[in-house]
Design a protein around this ligand. Structure first.
Ligand code: NAD
Ligand code: DAU
Length: 332
């Protein structure tokens, strides 16, 4: 008994979270991960087997979930289908994992009285106009656009209902776009880095005016640890680092940092229903919990991320051709 159960810990943010939590002195961390296409078991290589364990299984499997929840003090729920483009091709695993999986965990934490933290996204709020001075806050109405963001919005609402109706000890965080090491190469930044490293021209959806609010994955995870320490049960916290950038600028910066001409990329088909802009106001997290981002310079964080993909080609090379084939079939 005791310790932290981390779902989805073999994915991008979960892997970084497990590594940070162990480094910060958490002495028993168990990952429950279905090891889908998005996971990479090697991301968790080298962790102390006395303090860390990986269980292969689904958050939709009530008996595995019940047994593991019963044996831990805290659950941090990262597991999800996470990629918008995939949700447009086939929404079904999104409904299953993001909604049924969250429901399954909520029932287990309800039964065992376990503290639960729910990882969510700023996409639940829909999008903003480019020239809108407003940013998302904890009271912005939900207005999701894609099957992915709708399934995440639904999962957040389940958590809120389980808090109110059953007194579950839960907190929720909604974070903006993460970047950093161990991110699947289907996502925007690592796709372009590994394209350049493979001699493929980077691919920009549409005109690239869409804005994302970038945050380094370690800053996201430090905020989650802080919420576990001092967050108020029943509350939602928005996590963001004032990192708004349009996609065209990001692709040009990747190319420049990699020694290529800034315009050496292709425009490809736009995403259906493509959200225009996300922007987070993280005042609540900053004032109430004293969190602040440590990666304040996007360019140097991006340079370090490029370095990581250069140095870890074994990690991504085996899935590059299949990832690009999926995009090529969609004209992207
Ligand atoms: P990811 O796709 O890299 O990893 C998801 C992990 O969940 C994978 O290891 C996968 O195997 C696992 N998983 C999927 N279905 C499962 C199931 N049924 N049972 C158990 N494990 C399962 O995703 P990520 O980018 O690390 O995102 C993690 C969480 O953070 C998600 O909840 C996502 O919505 C949220 N989030 C992501 C971002 C971002 O920028 N990536 C921003 C805000 C919030
Ligand atoms: O805002 C948080 C969300 O950020 C998370 O909830 C999601 O899990 C995460 O995947 C991310 O969603 P996005 O759809 O914003 O991320 P993605 O990396 O897919 O795309 C970022 C932007 O770049 C988006 O405007 C689409 C664009 N894009 C994407 C790809 C893959 C391109 O222009 N070219 C590409 O090749």
């Amino acid at each position: 008994m005791g310790g932290m159960l981390v779902t989805g810990g073999a994915g991008f943010i979960g892997t970084n979270f497990v590594r940070l939590a162990l480094a910060e002195g958490h002495d028993r961390v168990t990952v429950l991960d279905a090891l889908t296409y998005a996971a990479n078991r090697t991301s968790l290589d080298g962790l102390d087997p006395h303090r860390f364990r990986l269980v292969e299984g689904s958050v939709c499997d009530a008996s595995v979930v019940d047994e593991l929840v019963a044996d831990h003090d805290v659950v941090v729920h990262f597991a999800a289908e996470s990629h918008n483009d995939n949700s447009l091709r086939d929404p079904s695993p999104f409904v299953q994992t993001n909604l049924v999986g969250t429901y399954t965990l909520l029932e287990a934490v309800r039964k065992h009285g376990t503290r639960y933290h729910h990882i969510s996204t700023d996409e639940v709020y829909g999008d903003l106009e480019l020239d809108d001075p407003a940013r998302f806050t904890e009271s912005t109405p939900y207005n999701p656009s894609s099957p992915y963001s709708a399934s995440k919005a639904g999962s957040d609402l389940l958590v809120r209902a389980w808090v109110r109706s059953f007194g579950v000890q839960a907190t929720i965080s909604n974070c903006s776009n993460n970047y950093g090491p161990y991110q699947h190469i289907e996502k925007f930044i690592p796709r372009q880095i590994t394209n350049v490293l493979s001699g493929i021209r980077p691919k920009l959806y549409g005109a690239g005016a869409n804005v994302r609010d970038w945050i380094h994955v370690t800053d996201h995870n430090r905020a989650v640890l802080r919420i576990l320490e001092a967050g108020r049960v029943g509350e939602t916290y928005l996590i963001g680092a004032d990192g708004e950038k349009d996609n065209k600028s990001v692709i040009e910066l990747v190319l420049t940092l990699m020694g290529q001409p800034a315009d050496a990329y292709d425009h490809v088909n736009d995403r259906a229903g493509h959200d225009l802009r996300y922007a987070i106001d993280s005042s609540k997290l900053r004032t109430e919990l004293g969190w602040a981002p440590t990666y304040r310079d996007f360019e140097s964080g991006l340079a370090a991320t490029i370095y990581w993909y250069r140095a870890n080609e074994d990690w991504w090379r085996p899935i590059k051709a299949a990832t690009e084939a999926k995009y090529a079939a969609a004209g992207q």
